[in-house]
Design a protein around this ligand. Structure first.
Ligand code: SF4
Ligand code: MSK
Length: 650
């Protein structure tokens, strides 16, 4: 409990009443939250936000000012901002890719018979991936293939003379451009190391060369590290299919033992999901006066278990402290990424046990119980039992669970979209391409990324998505952005009836999908790249990703991983609108390169736009420009495509 009362945030901090209510309760209980600490940081350092503070060597730190235009070594604002940006990209790529590595190692252990209760859940996806990467499948069992695939994927991390083999998932024309630009990564770890080397004092000083190096490293995320994480998750835990669930703090149950999983890696959460149905544990819960065990999630672990088990989501990034403040959480189990250090302070005010489970992520004030794959189920059972034992310690007087909870449908992997669009007999993206070509769907927009106390929480995500679907743009989502829109009711098919434009509504109704499709966690942005690639392969929408009527946005982003994602989207030829700028505005040259000139290099570029309605205008303008270039904006008679017409299109 804080000794000094925190300053209550002035007015509402979010469009979500559940968040506002809990922030108010935090203020009354004198428990500081992220919004109090945000206020305490004001004014935030301008040198930092402009990217012109350098502490890469110990002659510094140096800051670029009108009086001192060079650092002590002679580095100018262009070099310093570019180097700082690259270090963010390297950290983001490292985080996503290490997540992929953990999963590939789990696959290997399963193949070796040391994976405990983990198993191959989607043998078809395993064999498709093995076939794609030229791993022999004929006459071999799943485990044998899985062992070779795991070795192959783990091999993608180290340096090689050859570009990462996973880049071959991308369209050929894009691969050729990466080769020409010399930005093909040759090993994921190698790409991160190279970036750290290039940004060491006294190495790479050409801002243009530096930024291209940043794109190369980012490609090692989207088309390698994250792609591996998504692929192996699907193989081990199952490829997601549409699933209904609920979202927001109201999913916490007053009469049950509430356990929250938070972070990013799905392995332990998978075991907890299984163990939460264990009859013996449920009886144990009843013995402690609880009606059952309620497992819910925060952030991307939530998205992982939602996509595959339909488990409810308690909230996104900025709701982690608020979930504990409900007073109804017996245990919060965390692993890596986006876990605020402040949780250790918040749990001290309640009965909640905070358990940290990753060998690389400790918090001195949390309980450390490192997860072991081989004993995964037993580990999960122990945690659930401990949470149940904690239930009688709950102080009923201090329980405040907001009533807000909303229904959602998630689980839109590419495989699902194939099946839903193609019907029972022929899985295909064709109906989606046809709808785009004849203009019923103007294009696709990816709205991804975090939540951030700098803005009215969730507002930009929801307003942007509403504007786009109103204008007949199909929206794809991942991460905390998807949770924001789910809370606002945009992830149910009924949202199409109420909020989508006429022609998008027609398509959604025919197929039975929401106008906003939840594709998973942050690493599952690789699914969005794949969806765009599938559109190209289906034909009629150009030859490269930069030809597509597709735009991306991260309206409330905050993490280095989001910086990496933005850069691999741009390196893939896509237009990306950020709700607030990267830390580069101290250099006009770097800003111009990222926001203007890059379009002539990769076909993609960044834009900063805080207003979600103007952001929607800009994204639509981009989409219409691409449609014009494809020649599909001519008024055409709507017709059913027969085989002859399809061949002509292609
Ligand atoms: Fe200063 Fe150059 Fe050292 Fe950076 S690398 S801290 S600009 S002397
Ligand atoms: S969890 S990276 S706050 S989306 Fe993936 Fe949310 Fe951003 Fe973390």
């Amino acid at each position: 409990m804080s000794t000094t009362p925190p300053k209550a945030p002035a007015g509402d901090v979010s469009r979500d009443p559940a968040i506002n209510q809990m922030v108010h309760i935090a203020g009354s209980a004198q428990v500081p939250t992220v919004w109090d600490r945000y206020q305490a940081q004001h004014p935030q350092c301008r040198f930092g936000s402009d990217g012109v503070c350098c502490r890469l060597c110990h002659m510094g730190p140096c800051r670029i000012t009108p009086k001192a235009r060079l650092g002590i070594c002679g580095a100018d604002a262009d070099t310093i901002t570019a180097r700082n940006l690259l270090r963010e990209i390297a950290a983001g790529v490292a985080a996503h890719s290490d997540h992929g590595r953990v999963l590939a190692r789990t696959l290997k252990r399963v193949a070796q018979g040391q994976g405990g209760e983990f198993k191959i859940s989607d043998g078809r996806r395993l064999r498709e991936a093995a076939h794609f990467f030229h791993i022999r499948t004929g006459g071999r069992g799943d485990l044998e293939i899985a062992g070779d695939l795991a070795d192959f994927l783990l091999g993608q991390f180290s340096w090689s003379e050859e570009p990462n083999a996973t880049l071959r998932i991308a369209p050929e024309k894009r691969q050729a451009l990466w080769k020409k630009l010399e930005i093909e990564p040759k090993g994921i770890d190698a790409a991160v190391v190279e970036l750290l080397h290039r940004t060491h004092m006294g190495v790479d000083h050409d801002y243009r060369h530096l930024i291209m190096g940043g794109l190369k490293c980012a490609l090692a995320d989207g088309w390698a590290g994250s792609a591996i994480a998504t692929l192996v998750s699907d193989i081990l835990f199952g490829t997601p299919r549409p699933v209904r669930s609920r979202v927001n703090l109201g999913v916490l149950a007053e009469d049950k033992v509430n356990i929250i999983v938070h972070g990013h890696e799905p392995t332990l959460a998978e075991m907890l999901a299984l163990a939460s149905r264990d009859e013996e544990l449920l009886a144990h819960a009843r013995g402690h006066g609880a009606a059952g065990v309620n497992l819910a999630g925060i952030c991307c672990t939530a998205n992982e278990v939602l996509m595959r088990h339909g488990l409810p989501i308690a909230g996104n990034f900025l709701q982690q402290e608020l979930a504990i403040l409900t007073g109804a959480v017996e245990m919060m189990v965390v692993d890596v990424q986006c876990v605020m250090p402040s949780l250790a302070q918040v749990v001290k005010c309640f009965h909640t046990r905070l358990v940290s489970t990753s060998e690389i992520a400790h918090n001195r004030e949390a309980e450390q119980i490192t997860f072991d794959v081989g004993n995964g189920y037993a580990h999960a059972c122990r945690l659930i039992r401990a949470a149940i034992d904690n239930f009688p310690r709950r102080d009923r007087q201090r329980v405040h669970i907001p009533c807000e909870s909303m229904e959602l449908v998630a689980g839109f992997s590419n495989e699902t979209i194939y099946h839903m669009l193609g019907g029972r007999y022929r899985s295909t993206f064709r109906p989606l391409n046809d709808a785009i070509i004849d203009g019923r769907i103007r294009g696709l927009a990816a709205i991804v990324g975090c939540s951030n106390p700098k803005v009215m929480v969730d507002n930009s995500h929801v307003r942007l998505a509403e504007e786009l679907i109103k204008r007949n743009v199909l929206v794809l989502q991942t991460g905390c952005a998807a949770i924001a829109c789910a809370k606002a009711g945009l992830l149910v098919p009924e949202a199409a009836l109420e909020k989508a434009g006429d022609t998008l509504r027609e398509v959604c109704e025919a197929v039975g999908i929401p106008p906003v499709l939840h594709m998973g966690s942050c690493v599952d942005n690789s699914r969005i790249l794949l969806a765009a690639t599938n559109l190209l392969h289906e034909g009629g929408l150009g030859e490269d990703l930069s030809d597509l009527p597709v735009a991306g946005a991260a309206p409330e982003w905050m993490s280095e991983k989001a910086v990496a994602i933005g850069h691999y989207f741009v390196a893939s030829g896509l237009y990306v609108v950020l709700g607030h700028p990267l830390y580069v505005e101290g250099s006009d040259n770097v800003t111009r390169l990222l926001c203007r000139e890059m379009e002539g290099i990769t076909g993609g570029r960044f834009e900063w736009e805080p207003d979600p309605v103007i952001a929607a205008d800009k994204m639509l303008e981009h989409i219409e420009r691409k449609r014009d270039a494809l020649g599909i904006n001519v008024k055409r008679e709507r017709k059913l495509f027969d085989m002859k017409a399809r061949r002509e299109l292609q």
